[in-house]
Ligand binder design. Structure first.
Ligand SMILES: NC(=O)c1ccc[n+]([C@@H]2O[C@H](COP(=O)([O-])OP(=O)(O)OC[C@H]3O[C@@H](n4cnc5c(N)ncnc54)[C@H](OP(=O)(O)O)[C@@H]3O)[C@@H](O)[C@H]2O)c1
Length: 282
């Protein structure tokens, strides 16, 4: 009997998981947590994995750039060849751009959307045929609180995560009849490599003073944020038991409450508060 047949309600006791962005931050923490819980985790990243502990935890590593369409196909095929099934897809790999929207050119925007949005949709498309055939599957898309609010000087990043939000909402309805669940996870600020990897654009522009102030604030919030293990706990619960909701926010209570308060405040007041917080101006 296969592992997945042993669990109650058809949910695999040991899931076969494909996770993008495994080499650092959330991805590394999620992989370690899921592997410790007995799941078979296959990770994708561009970097070779140097850490022995992480390598040991993984059932497999697919090295490749997710901006290359071949990587998604190769990753899903690798998992299916080895395991004959794919239970959970976690779209986690992502990057940020810091800078004014006017200073962000097409090439920078395309690269960001390619990874944060197109690679997500590609991995979903590659994974869905197998999940439909199985009659079950789970897709977890890592969005951001920045996918619920257009953050000044992270506008391109917010746009990419808004795209993931809309895509995931529609996907959830479309695939539900086939026994496939889709969840959105929306983290606030966490301490990961994301801060150092952020591409900063428009070094010398009319926006520079505002941008620098905003980036100082953003970086301070991220570097003093929670550890990625806290998010990995949430993901492990969703993989193990499933979820009752569609959206899961994660991170500091104050950030999550602030996002929820938008409805009470109204857009005008909320966006003024945001401008004041990041730019020191309303
Ligand atoms: N940290 C936060 O505060 C925060 C908040 C909200 C949402 N998020 C989201 O959380 C997710 C994970 O970010 P993180 O904070 O863990 O950042 P991170 O530490 O920088 O990790 C990003 C991961 O994505 C991989 N990656 C980047 N570009 C790639 C590419 N072109 N192809 C394949 N893999 C690629 C990286 O591996 P390689 O470099 O080896 O390829 C790395 O494993 C992202 O979607 C991010 O938007 C983060």
């Amino acid at each position: 009997m296969q592992n997945w047949q042993k669990a109650a309600g058809g949910r695999p006791a040991s899931s076969v998981v494909l996770l993008s962005g495994v080499s650092s931050g959330f991805g590394r923490a999620i992989a370690m947590k899921l592997a410790a819980a007995g799941h078979q985790v296959y990770g994708i990243s561009r970097r070779e994995l140097a850490e022995v502990e992480l390598k040991r935890a993984l059932a497999g590593h697919i090295r490749g750039d997710l901006c290359d369409p071949a990587t998604a196909k190769l990753a899903v095929e690798t998992v299916l060849d080895a395991q004959g099934r794919l239970d959970v897809l976690i779209n986690n790999a992502g990057m940020g751009i810091g800078g004014a929207l006017e200073d962000t050119d097409d090439g920078q925007l395309h690269r960001l959307m390619e990874l944060n949005f197109f690679a997500v949709s590609r991995l979903c498309r590659c994974a869905l045929p197998a999940m439909r055939q199985q009659g079950r599957g789970t897709i977890l898309n890592i969005s951001s609180l920045g996918g619920l609010v257009g953050l000044p000087f992270q506008g391109a990043y917010s746009a990419s995560k808004y795209a993931v939000e809309g895509y995931s909402e529609a996907l959830r309805s479309e695939v539900a009849p086939f026994g496939i669940s889709v969840f959105l996870v929306e983290p606030g600020d966490f301490r990961t490599h994301f801060t150092a990897s952020r591409q900063v654009v428009g070094q010398d522009s009319p926006y520079t003073a505002y941008c620098q102030r905003a980036l100082r604030r953003i970086e301070a919030d991220e570097t003093s944020g929670s550890s990625p293990e806290a998010l990995a706990e949430l993901i492990a619960r969703l993989v193990g038991r499933g979820g009752t909701r569609f959206r899961y926010t994660a991170g500091s209570l104050s950030q999550r409450l602030l996002i929820k308060s938008r409805i009470l405040m109204g857009d005008r007041l909320f966006l003024r508060l945001l401008s004041w917080y990041y730019m020191g101006t309303c």
